[in-house]
Design a protein around this ligand. Sequence first.
Ligand code: HEC
Length: 144
Amino acid sequence: MRALHLIVLLAACGDDAAPLFPESYASTYTEVRNCRSSSDHELNRVRVLADPAALAPYMARTQPFPVGSIVLKAEYDFGDTSCAGAPVAWTVMKKLATPEDLGWVWQKVDAKRGVESENDPQCIQCHSDCGVAPLGYDGTCTVP
Ligand code: HEC
């Protein structure tokens, strides 16, 4: 388990860590939580998208997330009440094969797709509180 985790970290720490989600995510990811005020980052509006593998588990909250599946939170300016403009930042989770770090890789990505942090303990700390039933599911926190 340790070795696998190290490989994930090493891969991510190479030259420039790449975002876990493709630039063209909008064409394949599905909105799973609509535009709303964030309770995490107070000033931002957010919406949540899932890749095809995460879609059914995120919505149903009964089956496990497949390894490698991705959940993405797009953040918008606080004045962008319909999330119509360009995102100002993203946070993203990618499902691991192991339970370490709540079972996910965690990234914060800026508007230019630069990776600002990976596996920040603050992400894991907060999501271990809000990511459990009845409000959360398997580390995810956005209430339906
Ligand atoms: C202070 C608590 C807190 C911290 C710290 C935090 N989050 Fe969250 N996160 C939330 C809450 C609450 C939501 C629900 C949506 C909202 O209100 O923004 C959420 C939603 C998300 C989502 C959408 C999927 C879902 O339903 O959970 C992702 C992805 C995410 N956070 C990733 C991260 C990453 C990566 C970090 C660290 C860089 C992070 N979060 C730090 C509380 C937190």
